[in-house]
Design a protein around this ligand. Sequence first.
Ligand code: PBG
Length: 330
Amino acid sequence: MSATYPALRLRRTRATDWSRRLHAETVLTPADLIWPLFIAEGQGVEEPVSSLPGVSRWSVDGIVARGREARDLGIPCVALFPNTPGHLRSDDGAEAVNPDNLMCRAIAALKDAVPEVGVLTDVALDPYTTHGHDGLVDAAGYVMNDATVEALVAQALNQAAAGSDIIAPSDMMDGRIGAIRGALESDGRHNVQVMSYAAKYASAFYGPFRDAVGSRGLLKGDKKTYQMDPANAEEALREVAADLAEGADSVMVKPGLPYLDIIMRVKAAFQVPVFAYSVSGEYAMIEASVAAGAGERDALVLETLMAFKRAGCSGVLTYHAAHAARLLGA
Ligand code: PBG
């Protein structure tokens, strides 16, 4: 039997800072963070993304500088997303398999300059297609599953050859994790990890990201035939089960904050490494609230990130990674 008031006073352990620290159930450190970075063509280029205040696209030299910054801040991994120049986009997104594309040049430059920082690369065709979809579309505009999986396998092998440490398919095609894992094994890339965007929802929170990779104006229709319905949770467990069975090393839930329940359920059901992608619209929400004087950035950022750890995440992809690491390292 537990005590009752007044023997029980839950405020006792909260009364001082040292005691609050001693009783903290969850810890957040820079090692919990993955920093998404947008790549621009050119040299010495920094292009601010207006819908993501404080976030820029960087040319490869700037990406390398961010990689060094990540290392110095104790951030273990960066995630790369290219803004492919318009003339290199096509219906079939063939630029995705060009060994000298923007993505591959950034991967190679990072692995050369800061090999101690992990490089995660997004696998999906949307930064390379003229229609903005993550896969190959048929005459009716439907994203074809099996043909897309073949293209994604080639894209993943291209990234792995450039030096990617974690292949992260974000496309939501059926069967792509097994196909990519099998191809990596056949290619001798046994230690290249696969982090599956396993439960990825058709969300209104991706708008600023689509600005950053230049696909917002191009996107025809929506992504509801492949990304998940926000109404569904049991389906998320089936997606995760399938991706784990196919060989995913870790799984992701995306977006983050509106889907904390999914994170908890996935962690409880599978006891595997779970990551959250706190997406562009979530970042923009915090920044808008700071700009409106409604909240204080540092506290909002740290409280949000702690929520992901408390829900069971191994780590979080967040555009606030460098800022948070600075706060945590101080
Ligand atoms: C596309 C992809 C998206 C994000 C990551 N990879 C957008 C989409 O599915 O349209 C979103 C990330 C963010 O909003 O920060 N494959």
